[in-house]
Design a binder for this molecule. Structure first.
Ligand SMILES: NC(=O)C1=CN([C@@H]2O[C@H](COP(=O)(O)OP(=O)(O)OC[C@H]3O[C@@H](n4cnc5c(N)ncnc54)[C@H](O)[C@@H]3O)[C@@H](O)[C@H]2O)[C@@H](O)CC1
Ligand SMILES: [K+]
Length: 498
């Protein structure tokens, strides 16, 4: 499991470790790791051009010491000093190694600065790290904008400047890096969008913090973590033991959501899928998925009559009228785990009592749906994903899988799980319905809501990548059913450790 921390947690651990080491040891460790990363990013060090954007704190100090190491190996190193202060020992070290310095007396539009940035093979962002607060101020903001047009490799020191290391929030301008070398442990903000998309490749450089770190507030499951959690049939299994999932989805107007949710459930390995809905989606599910047991439910009928179910998925494409409400309410009245998605969430935004259940409840909103549930604009949720995922879990008393650029799974009192698989091509209609089916199958298979949600997001992301990828490399658009098709292969390779 990958663990990630806030700036304060990192600082506390650093202080504890620093107290035991000679002064400057940690910075030298950090700078060495940074220099190694720069060396690896360059075709050759000797004669290459390295430009350091140096802020006034220790983040700038790291850049200066790393610059000194690169200068000693024959790189031409220029430091652009952006702050009112500078790490004096670091600057002295760079100067001794033959590096040069440039002030910003003429501001960030200084042609000399622009020329340096334009010709840099590697641009090192040492403006701010975990000491950054709020939006980048000038002249740092101007340098971040300049870095955006840099033709060379942009390497961020600890954190891309402008990204909140604790949350991933980005208030103003921020550096977009090709590579981020972060020290001691991952920071939560490097894993969560919008910050995560500024990070590029992430390298965690050990500096010995491990024993001093607290329980993490943010974690990410790795392949083996997911493989070890997935329900797997044993010799004693039968379809009922493996988990019967009930799906309430689709309507006479929207039939595709029903087919897709059932596809996810079947392909994720549910023992049995029971589908309950209006006549037209039932017809379509039957035609596409003969494995599913279907029942037409007329308005006013109770879904409990369709047979035994170990977890319900309620919502995709079911509509939001009174009949849909009654149907959702009858499924959610069951004392088994339930997943509420899509139209089910719109219904719950109007009538929160739908989510007040004794059995585990997992909701799978995108930012718009969560916005309606919490009464907050969607773009506000997009900007502060970690905060709102946690808040929703606490306020609604449910497990929350917040979909989007980085999927988060939050439950009150525990660390938030970030999903690291996926591809931007997944942002297309119907993929959420497949995800609901997968997570529902895992709930029915006995996983907790937290594990069902995070394992489903992981395999859904893997299958999405497989669907988008081709034999020649690169990625192409995908359709939601492609994800269901790729699920068995994705799960097979995951379980095999591939
Ligand atoms: N503490 C330690 O033991 C270690 C720290 N290291 C480095 O030290 C960094 C933290 O150093 P600092 O605590 O000095 O903090 P930073 O260097 O991250 O930033 C603080 C400086 O940036 C300015 N600043 C903050 N927010 C700003 C904004 N929005 N716009 C413009 N300027 C802003 C502050 O006025 C202050 O001068 C880490 O990220 C890491 O790079 C590493 O050397 C490893 C060891
Ligand atoms: K930085």
């Amino acid at each position: 499991m990958l663990t990630a921390y806030t700036s304060d947690e990192i600082r506390t651990a650093e202080r504890a470790l620093m107290a035991l080491l000679p002064e400057g040891t940690l910075m030298r460790r950090a700078a060495t790791a940074l220099a190694v990363a720069c060396v690896e990013a360059l075709p050759r060090v000797y004669g290459s051009r390295v430009v350091l954007l140096v802020g006034s704190g220790d983040n700038g100090g790291d850049a200066l010491y790393a610059g000194a190491l690169l200068a000693r190996r024959g790189a031409r190193v220029d430091a652009v000093l952006a702050g009112k202060r500078v790490h004096e020992d670091g600057l002295a070290e760079l100067t001794r190694a033959g590096g040069r310095r440039l002030g910003l007396s003429q501001g960030t539009s200084d042609p000399a600065v622009r020329a340096l940035v334009d010709r840099a093979d590697v641009l090192v962002d040492g403006l701010v790290g975990i000491g950054g607060t709020g939006a980048l101020r000038e002249p740092y903001a101007g340098l971040a904008r300049l870095a955006a047009g840099a033709p060379g490799v942009v390497v961020a020191v600890d954190v891309p400047s402008g990204v909140d290391a604790s949350t991933g929030e980005v208030e103003g301008d921020a550096v977009t890096a090709h590579l981020t070398v972060t020290f001691g442990a991952a920071k939560a903000g490097l894993l969560i969008d919008p910050g995560a998309s500024r990070v590029g490749a992430l390298r965690v450089a050990g500096i010995g913090l491990g024993p001093y770190l607290p329980e993490p507030g943010v974690v990410a499951l790795t392949g083996p973590d997911v493989a070890g959690r997935l329900p797997r049939p044993g010799a004693e299994s039968n379809k009922y033991r493996r988990g019967v999932i009930g799906v309430v989805a689709g309507s006479d107007r929207f039939t595709g959501a029903a087919v897709l949710a059932v596809a996810g459930a079947v392909r994720a390995g549910a023992g049995l899928v029971r589908f309950a809905g209006a006549a037209e989606p039932v017809r379509q599910v039957r035609a596409r998925w003969p494995e599913a047991v279907t029942a037409v439910v007329s308005p006013g009928e109770d879904v409990k009559d369709v047979g035994r179910v170990q977890a319900w998925v309620v919502g995709p494409g079911m509509g939001t009228d009174d009949d849909a409400h009654a149907l959702a309410a009858s499924a959610l009245a069951a004392g088994v785990p339930a997943l509420v998605d899509a139209d089910g969430l719109t219904l719950a935004a109007r009538d929160r009592s739908l989510l007040r259940r004794a059995a585990p409840t997992l909701i799978t909103p995108h930012t718009g749906e969560l916005g309606r549930l919490l009464g907050v604009p969607a773009d506000e949720i997009e900007a502060r994903r970690l905060y709102y995922a946690r808040r929703a879990a606490a306020e609604l008393g449910v497990t929350v899988l917040l979909k989007g650029s980085t999927t988060l799974v939050a439950e009150e009192g525990g660390p938030v799980r970030v999903n690291l698989t996926g591809t931007p091509w997944l942002a297309t209609g119907g993929t959420g319905d497949v995800l609901a089916g997968i997570a529902g199958a895992y709930l029915a298979g006995g996983l907790s809501a937290l594990d069902a949600a995070s394992c489903a997001a992981y395999v859904h992301g893997l299958a999405g990548r497989a669907a988008a990828g081709g034999p020649g490399g690169g990625e192409a658009p995908i359709a939601a059913l492609d994800i269901a098709r790729e699920l068995p292969g994705a799960i097979r390779s995951l379980v095999a450790g591939g």
